[in-house]
Design a protein around this ligand. Structure first.
Ligand code: APR
Ligand code: PHB
Length: 393
């Protein structure tokens, strides 16, 4: 089998890249280890930057999003009994974010791909990358018990943090940067009305909490928990009690509770690999970097990688400038490190750490300062709505 771009992974990165390339007449094949239902069963974040929405529009996949997504013009931060609203729209000259779940984004992209007739192989096994240093890379895999070889010009490694693409790069050719945080987020999804119309990030002596949503009738809540916690020890009642205890009384009083549709614990991690390319392999999204979820940047960073790779691949095929692909990693990493900084910063300001007394006071001062001037609030707002994508000239 032959194609121009082999895409490993049918998460949002792989599917969005595939759709954009297909629209420009560039052939691609998507390979995914899981079945579509498994991929859609993963509950992830749901805050989209305007750059992401624009890219989905370019891919022609916004019909549902335009109907069912909700534009948010601000969010709140609570700490020390104070409540501060960050006016995203006012502080950024009109930018907002879109509330629309990653599950829905993925479902829309899967449907668009199926409708386009571009080839995807789900439930493939033993995906392996070969000759990525040469002009003729290959991907081999097993499908329905048969060995298949896919020859291509380029490989997009969109296979998440645990996929084989990053592992295919020789150890000496890359460097990894990592921070692991000593806690996780316990998340609960329920068909209840969100406690408020906008998101609320809460810093509380019992730990961080987040009130989020997927729609006007579906809520998503999180509480910070030690990594030693087990989901099985958290009944819905225990979760709701803990969340209520971290919310101010007036908000807690409004909280609508109900049975959980999903409940899981996610560890928090910051991770970046440099460079994000080797030979004809390009790492995209979670395969190259992870952020803690506090700034809602994971999916959005994947989208800016896709934007960059898509435009550089177009340069290679449509403008006969394949040498521009050598700039992929450097362009992506400039934006990634700024989002890593913001996600790390949001995490460090809002969570409970086992701090010494000095560090505790500094954390309190940081929280008080970051909402105290227009300049400080603007810094939060411009990062939250998303820093600009670097144009490819
Ligand atoms: N072969 C084929 N596919 C694989 C393999 C493999 N060996 N290993 C992993 N995959 C698939 C996974 O099953 C998954 O569907 O790659 C896909 C990677 O998708 P994601 O983990 O969702 O990563 P990505 O598409 O980069 O999405 C960005 O943003 O909000 C964050 O972490 C969140 O998933 C989100 C990410
Ligand atoms: C979510 O809705 O799942 C969500 C929202 C904002 C975040 C993280 C997760 O910062």
């Amino acid at each position: 089998m032959k194609t121009q771009v082999a895409i490993i992974g049918a998460g949002p990165s792989g599917l969005l890249l595939g759709q954009l390339l297909h629209k420009r007449g560039i052939d691609n094949v998507v390979l995914e280890r899981r079945g579509p239902d498994y991929v859609l069963g993963r509950i992830r974040a749901g805050v989209l930057e305007h750059g992401f929405v624009d890219l989905m529009r370019e891919a022609g996949v916004t019909e549902h999003m335009d109907r069912e997504g909700h534009v948010h013009e601000g969010f709140s931060i609570m700490f020390n009994g104070r409540r501060e609203r960050i006016d995203l729209k006012g502080l950024t000259g009109g930018h907002t974010v879109m509330i629309y779940g990653q599950t829905e984004v993925t479902r829309d992209l899967m449907a668009a791909r199926a409708a386009s007739g571009a080839p995807s192989f789900y439930e493939v096994e033993d995906v392996a990358l070969h000759d990525i240093d040469s002009g003729h890379p290959r991907v081999t895999f097993r499908k329905d018990g048969r060995d298949v070889m896919l020859e291509c010009d380029y490989i997009a490694g969109c296979d998440g943090f645990h996929g084989p693409s990053r592992q295919a790069i020789p150890r000496g050719a890359i460097r990894e940067y990592e921070r692991v945080y000593p806690f996780g987020w316990l998340g609960l999804l329920s068909d209840t009305h969100p406690v408020e119309e906008e998101l609320i990030y809460v810093s509380h002596p019992r730990g961080f909490a987040l009130c989020s949503m997927r729609s006007p009738t579906r809520s998503r809540y999180y509480v910070q928990v030690p990594l030693s916690e087990k989901v099985a020890d958290w009944s819905d009642e225990r979760f709701w009690d803990e969340l209520r205890a971290r919310l101010p009384a007036d908000v807690a009083a409004k909280l609508e509770t109900g049975p959980s549709l999903e409940k899981s614990i996610a560890p928090l991690r910051s991770f970046v690999v440099e460079p994000m390319q080797h030979g004809r392999l390009f790492l995209v999204g979670d395969a190259a970097h992870i952020v803690p979820p506090t700034g809602a940047k994971g999916l959005n960073l994947a989208a800016s990688d896709v934007y960059t790779l898509y435009n550089l691949i177009c340069k290679a095929y449509l403008d006969d400038q394949p040498e521009m692909l050598s700039r992929y990693s450097e362009i992506c990493l400039r934006r990634i490190w700024k989002a890593e900084r913001f996600s790390w910063w949001m995490t460090s300001v809002l969570h409970r750490f086992d701090h010494d007394p000095f560090s505790e006071r500094i954390q309190q001062a940081e929280a008080a300062y970051c909402v105290s001037t227009v300049a400080a609030r603007t810094s939060i707002a411009e990062n939250y709505v998303g820093l600009p994508y670097e144009r490819i000239e």
